[in-house]
Ligand binder design. Structure first.
Ligand code: SF4
Ligand code: SF4
Length: 89
């Protein structure tokens, strides 16, 4: 079974800019709710991807499955700019 990985929004911090919804190309967020981020399809999220979290201006996105000491390698296939500088995913 694949390890769980999906974004969790801290609505206390979120300013509803909609950037995360625009960023994700995998249908994780409910487009009809934009610009309010609603995680509709967590199973579509790519393990290790930080695409939406990295562009969130208010640091409102964390990830289920992320270990506090995890590195910044990326195994996703979207066009995120993750911390590791890997642009090929
Ligand atoms: S982590 Fe990546 S795949 Fe998952 S919701 Fe964010 S941008 Fe989409
Ligand atoms: S990018 Fe961050 S602040 Fe903007 S809608 Fe998404 S969670 Fe909220």
């Amino acid at each position: 079974m694949a390890k769980a990985w999906y974004p969790v929004i801290d609505y206390e911090k979120c300013i509803e800019c909609g950037a995360c919804i625009e960023k994700c190309k995998h249908g994780v967020y409910d487009q009809s709710k934009a610009p309010t981020p609603v995680v509709e399809n967590p199973d579509n999220c790519l393990y290790g991807c930080h695409g939406c979290g990295n562009i969130c201006p208010s640091g409102a996105i964390s990830y289920v499955g992320e270990e506090p000491t995890s590195g910044d390698s990326c195994s996703c296939s979207c066009s995120c700019d993750n911390d590791g500088g890997y642009k090929g995913c």
